[in-house]
Design a protein. Structure first.
Length: 296
């Protein structure tokens, strides 16, 4: 099931991911039952293109300048910020989330001001854009002449040609004691040792790419996929180019984020799945784009 060597011809910041088949899902049965990472099943995909990195603040700013687009977080006037990253006026905290007290609903938090009023992205131009909903990502893709990857495309690309490995570099989280992704270290959610160097987002080309040349498919920020989410979809998924259920109330997110930790959320594995409503935004959610076929 290992994939052929990648063709690294790029188009508009994308890399060509070769056609191939793979076993999709969690062979270790380590996932959360409600996430539906099993059964492991064969998937065949044609060649496609995928952005080498998540979309950056600089790229998103170019889109906004060209179109005047306002994100849903900007329109709503509030978005979710991790509590240890918030250094603003307490009066800007609109609500604390009882089920997840590490999240603060902060007034005017958005892609331009990731931690709310007083924060900015001046020194984070090469960090992934955050506080973008699935709908925002769709708008960017339409402008850029791209699309969101399917969930199957995302997992196939994240594996980088490694068959049934936990991560895009193998089964060990920190080979030779080195961090390969931006996730939480320490005692979540109150103490982060910063062993990997980052409390929140890292530049999109931190660490090392996988063997397809794709950067940070694990950790850093959640990445939206095109598919609707269903926990039982894998039991009925077609072999050829699955595209998810026909309808749903949540869209798939992949890759985990800087807040993932095995004590409560080990979804930084390549088989791991999550989902959210398409109008949801937070400080740890971004996206990357895909394209069909051969370079233009």
């Amino acid at each position: 099931m290992s994939a052929p060597a990648p063709d690294r011809r790029s188009t508009r910041g994308q890399l060509r991911v070769p056609a191939g088949s793979f076993l999709m899902g969690d062979p270790f049965d380590e996932g959360y039952r409600d996430d539906g990472e099993i059964p492991v099943h064969e998937v065949e995909l044609p060649a496609f293109h995928l952005d080498a990195t998540a979309v950056t603040n600089a790229q998103f700013a170019t889109f906004v300048k060209a179109t005047g687009y306002r994100t849903e977080a900007e329109e709503l006037g509030v978005s979710a910020v991790f509590h240890l990253a918030f250094e603003g006026n307490p009066a800007d905290v609109v609500q604390r989330v009882a089920e997840a007290p590490w999240w603060l609903a902060v007034a005017d938090a958005c892609w331009r001001a990731p931690e709310g009023p007083g924060s900015d992205i001046a020194r984070r131009q090469n960090h992934p854009v955050v506080h973008v909903t699935w709908n925002d990502a769709q708008a960017y893709c339409a402008w850029a002449g791209k699309r969101l990857p399917t969930e199957a495309e995302w997992e196939y690309a994240a594996r980088g040609g490694l068959a049934q490995a936990r991560f895009g570099w193998g089964d060990e989280l920190t080979p030779r004691g080195r961090w390969r992704c931006n996730i939480w270290q320490g005692r979540f959610p109150v103490e982060n040792s910063l062993d990997d160097g980052f409390l929140t987002t890292a530049p999109v080309k931190s660490y090392a790419p996988n063997d397809y040349g794709l950067w940070q498919m694990s950790g850093n920020v959640w990445e939206w996929c095109a598919d609707w989410f269903s926990a039982d979809y894998y039991a009925q998924s077609p072999v050829q180019s699955p595209r998810g259920p026909e309808a749903g109330d949540r869209r798939v997110m992949r890759g985990g984020s800087y807040l993932c930790h095995d004590s409560y959320c080990h979804r930084y594995r390549v088989a791991a799945r999550s989902a959210n409503t398409p109008d949801s935004a937070s400080a740890n959610t971004g996206f990357r784009c895909a394209n069909d076929g051969e370079p233009g």
